[in-house]
Design a protein around this ligand. Structure first.
Ligand code: DC
Length: 218
């Protein structure tokens, strides 16, 4: 029997992090926010004075990453998100982070993983897949509410512009772009409160779990 993997993909500030944490608590599964891996690589390259657009440098940083240290608050900033999106376009960076993510996905009795390519590349056989999204305006507003606590000078328009650039880069890149897997259930949270989104996600995953349990031998 393989574990019950829950793959949660979607663009920045779609609510996928909140949904993933809730699902992790519900099933008592570990949760991996894979955006933090790319953020850690981007921040490592940047703070070493390197070039984010150089695939080789970024892949070296990815290979040297201490994957146990993803708690650093510096990874949560707006700049870290931008650095992450830039290093995430490089195939060799994605390759360097692949094994760690696949091993996490293989954990028993199950795991929740969120990112951009979980249902398509990291765990294509995951029995539960969600694609969480919302309009760019709603996502920008949510992200602005978080970010302006760290930096009062950030405006909504700045955040919306960032989100548009990131969406385009994350969806347009050749290496594992952000796309909905054919078998992922779409969850548009634009008109939902956090509780409504969590509830909708729980129902989708419970239905997938019912099907998965029936398919298990013995
Ligand atoms: O989810 P996030 O905002 O923390 O992700 C930061 C960036 O990392 C995002 O713009 C694209 C990249 N990323 C990725 O390419 N693949 C993933 N599985 C997760 C994040």
């Amino acid at each position: 029997m393989t574990g019950f993997v829950i793959a949660v993909d979607g663009p920045a500030a779609s609510g996928k992090g909140t949904v993933s944490s809730m699902l992790g608590r519900l099933y008592d599964y570990p949760v991996l926010d894979t955006g933090l891996l790319y953020r850690a690589v981007g921040v490592a390259v940047q703070s070493a004075g390197g070039n984010l657009d150089d695939a080789e440098q970024a892949a070296k940083a990815a290979a040297a990453l201490n994957l146990n240290d993803l708690e650093d608050p510096a990874l949560r900033t707006r700049e870290a998100g931008e650095c992450a999106s830039r290093v995430a376009v490089h195939g060799p960076v994605r390759q360097a982070l692949l094994d760690f993510q696949r091993r996490f996905a293989a954990r028993e009795p199950g795991a929740v993983i969120d990112g951009r390519d979980i249902g398509t590349v990291i765990a294509p056989d995951a029995p539960a897949k969600l694609f969480v999204t919302a309009t760019p305006q709603v996502r920008a507003h949510r992200r602005w509410l978080q970010l302006h606590k760290q930096d009062a000078a950030i405006t909504y328009d700045d955040v919306l512009a960032d989100i548009r650039v990131r969406d385009e880069r994350d969806s347009g890149r050749a290496a594992s772009p952000l796309v909905r897997a054919d078998d992922a259930v779409l969850l548009d949270t634009s008109e939902m409160t956090i509780d409504q989104a969590a509830d909708a996600a729980r129902r989708i995953v419970e239905a997938a779990r019912g099907r998965w349990e029936q398919s298990q031998p013995g």
